[in-house]
Structure formats: structure tokens, C-alpha cells
Design a protein around this ligand. Structure first.
Ligand code: ZN
Ligand code: ZN
Length: 382
């Protein structure tokens, strides 16, 4: 992975924002910028002047791991708290005036205690700086994600035979997670969702101890982590004989999903892609049962930028805030660009009856998009 390239893109972004350094505390961002896969540490990057310098601070538990993994930063095993070591190091760099801190990833307590150490350096909250860089994937990242997606598809094929009336939702989830590990996954992207029958109307139905019914939809939503990158897929199968209305419901969600994929092209607004899936379901009279957004970015984390959702309408009083938000790095990602990896996952959930969701991962290409998920989407009736 191109850590040096990532750090220099970040340095350019810092200068744009009038910052000359940054304290990176969010672990996925640390991994992205220097390759460290452990769970504790702070990365300090100074971009003052022409020379960029980076130092990674962690504790004694990670001495060997950090020396093996960290690329593009000096490793310091800190005797004090890593963040204090990082601030002290920044203070020793010449001409530093302002340090960006990750507002979403720093506790109020840490921010308060840092004030004591910062001296004359101004601590400036930033939002989505590195997350914005991460939204557009490099080739090697896309290939890593592709491997994770393909592994999950193999898992789905392998566990399909376990889906039958009477089997517990939690047992199906266990099979999915066991098979994922057997096939080499490092872990799951999130708690596996298995929701059957009336529970399939829960968009976020975590597997319960309920047995699968004789008749009804079963939503399976899961993802694996491979090489540090997440996958995410949903398929909905039907147990027993579906009614005409249920078949129609499935076909409508599939049609919406295909319309969403068709709308994914460089330059398209995320809100337009969301509109494309919503239009189909509204026409089918199911619009009000589609209660979440169309999709999200996926990468080192399961939910990344961009969000494939309706554009936020700023109200009058919030105009200034919205303008400021647009200036922040993340907000410019309301438009698709090649290299973004997103999900397209419309769903319909009818309370007391059941639900359907179909989710694939796609990568935005120069000319449109490529669907990464190889699993077929025709209705599976068991
Ligand atoms: Zn999912
Ligand atoms: Zn998803």
C-alpha cells in the first residue's frame, strides 16, 4: 500500500486548511496512513515547510508489531501516554503553529488534558480529513476488497443448505461466521444479521434464537474482513411457497437495486443514485416501506464515505453551518468519482409481515461501475 502517497495527499490537504500538522487518533486512519494494525497508538504528522515528518507513538505491547508493520513513520515506544508523547514530539518540530485533531475521534477529557501540553500550538478540530481520502480507493485496495467480497459469496453458497424451517436464526449466523473463518476471514465486518418471517421486517434484525418459519422471507446480511478490508452483502431467500404479492415485493426490490447500480457512474450525485432506487419502489407502491438510505462506502471500516442517501436540505438558520460543512473535506463527497467502493442495498419492510433487502458492493469506474458481488440475485425459494 502507498503510505507515502497517502501521507503527502494528507499534507496537501492540511495546508489547504491552514494547518501544519495533525494528530491521528482514529485507529483505521492510522492503519491507512502507516500500516499499523494494532489497536492503540497515535500518529503525528508534521507538514510544516517542505519536509514532511511522521512519528508513530505506541506502548510496549506493540514494540515488535510496530517495527514490523509501520511504514513511512518513525516508531516511538512511549513511556508516557502515546498522545502526550506525540504532542511533545510535535512541539520539538520547528515552526509549528496549528495541530489538527480528529474531532470525531477524541474524547472531551483527552482534548482538555492536551491543552496542558500543547503550549503555544493551537489545537484545531478537523472533521473527515482522512476519511475523505479513504473514500477513493487505490487499485490495491479495490483488489483487497474484491477478495473479501468473493470470500463472503463463497460463504453464502456454503451455508445455503442450512437455511430451512426450524433452524435457529442464531445457528445460521454461527454457520456463516464459522465458514467465514474457515475460508480465511480475519473476522466479520459486523454482527451477522439473520431475520426470518415477521422479523425480516426489521431492517437491522440481529440473529435471534427464533426458529425459521415454514413460510416467509429470510434476510441474511453479513460481511467478512480480509487483509484489513470489509465486505458487505445481503440476500433474501424465501421458505415455502411465496404469494403473488410476496413475489412482486421481491421483484420490485430487485428492480430498484438494478436501477441503483445503473445510476452509479462517475459524476453522479449520491442523492441521484438514492433517487433511482426510491423511484422504482415508489412506483410499485412500496416507497413508504423503504426506510433507510440506499447505500454507503465500504473499506477499512464497514461504513465509510460516501453515504448514498437523500441530499440534506439546509434550513435557513443552518445555512452558515452548512456552508462551513461543505468546506470540510468530507462534504465534497456527495458526487461519485472513480475508485469509490459503495453498496447498493434498497429494501422493503412491511411491519407484521416481512421484508426484503438485496445488497451488492460496486466500484465506481471511469465509465460507470463494476459489480463486485458475484452471487446471483434471482429469488431463491427453499
Ligand atoms: Zn449489509
Ligand atoms: Zn451495507
Amino acid at each position: 500500500m502507498d503510505y507515502s502517497g497517502r501521507q503527502s495527499r494528507l499534507a496537501a490537504l492540511l495546508r489547504e486548511q491552514g494547518l501544519d500538522s495533525v494528530l491521528v487518533t482514529h485507529v483505521p486512519n492510522i492503519r491507512y496512513l502507516c500500516g499499523f494494525t494494532g489497536s492503540a497508538g497515535v500518529l503525528a504528522i508534521s507538514a510544516a515547510g517542505k519536509a514532511r515528518k511522521a512519528a508513530f507513538f505506541t506502548d510496549g505491547r506493540y514494540t515488535q508489531q510496530a517495527s514490523e508493520e509501520v511504514d513511512g513513520a518513525k516508531v516511538v515506544i512511549s513511556k508516557t501516554a502515546a498522545i502526550v508523547g506525540a504532542v511533545e514530539w510535535l512541539k520539538r518540530q520547528s515552526k509549528l503553529k496549528s495541530v489538527g485533531v480528529e474531532a470525531e475521534h477524541m474524547s472531551v477529557a483527552t482534548r482538555a488534558s492536551l491543552g496542558k501540553y500543547a503550549g503555544s500550538i493551537r489545537l484545531q478540530p478537523t472533521s473527515g480529513l482522512i476519511e475523505g481520502l479513504r473514500a477513493v480507493k487505490e487499485k490495491a485496495e479495490i483488489e483487497q476488497i474484491r477478495s473479501a467480497v468473493e470470500l463472503a459469496s463463497r460463504v453464502f453458497e456454503a451455508v445455503r443448505t442450512n437455511i430451512r424451517p426450524g433452524a435457529q436464526e442464531s445457528a445460521i449466523a454461527a454457520e456463516i461466521e464459522y465458514m467465514s473463518r474457515r475460508l480465511g476471514a480475519e473476522g466479520m465486518s459486523f454482527d451477522t444479521l439473520v431475520a426470518a418471517g415477521k422479523r425480516s421486517a426489521l431492517p437491522h434484525g440481529v440473529a435471534s434464537q427464533n426458529p425459521l418459519p415454514k413460510r416467509g422471507f429470510v434476510i441474511l446480511d453479513f460481511g467478512v474482513i480480509l487483509g484489513g478490508y470489509c465486505s458487505d452483502m445481503t440476500r433474501t431467500v424465501y421458505l415455502g411457497q411465496p404469494s403473488r404479492a410476496e413475489r412482486k415485493m421481491y421483484e420490485s426490490v430487485l428492480e430498484a437495486q438494478l436501477a441503483g447500480i445503473k445510476a452509479v457512474t462517475p459524476g453522479a450525485k449520491c442523492a441521484e443514485v438514492d433517487r433511482a432506487t426510491r423511484n422504482v419502489l415508489e412506483k410499485a407502491g412500496l416507497g413508504r416501506y423503504f426506510t433507510h438510505s440506499t447505500g454507503h462506502g465500504v473499506g477499512i471500516e464497514i461504513h465509510e464515505m460516501p453515504g448514498i442517501r437523500k441530499a440534506a436540505k439546509p434550513t435557513k438558520g443552518k445555512k452558515r453551518m452548512a456552508a462551513r460543512a461543505r468546506k470540510s473535506a468530507g462534504a465534497q463527497f456527495d458526487t461519485l468519482v472513480p475508485g469509490m467502493v459503495i453498496t447498493i442495498e434498497p429494501g422493503v419492510y412491511i411491519p407484521g409481515e416481512g421484508g426484503v433487502r438485496i445488497e451488492d458492493m460496486v466500484v465506481v469506474t471511469e465509465t460507470g461501475c463494476e459489480v463486485l458481488t458475484p452471487t446471483p440475485k434471482e429469488m431463491i425459494v427453499i
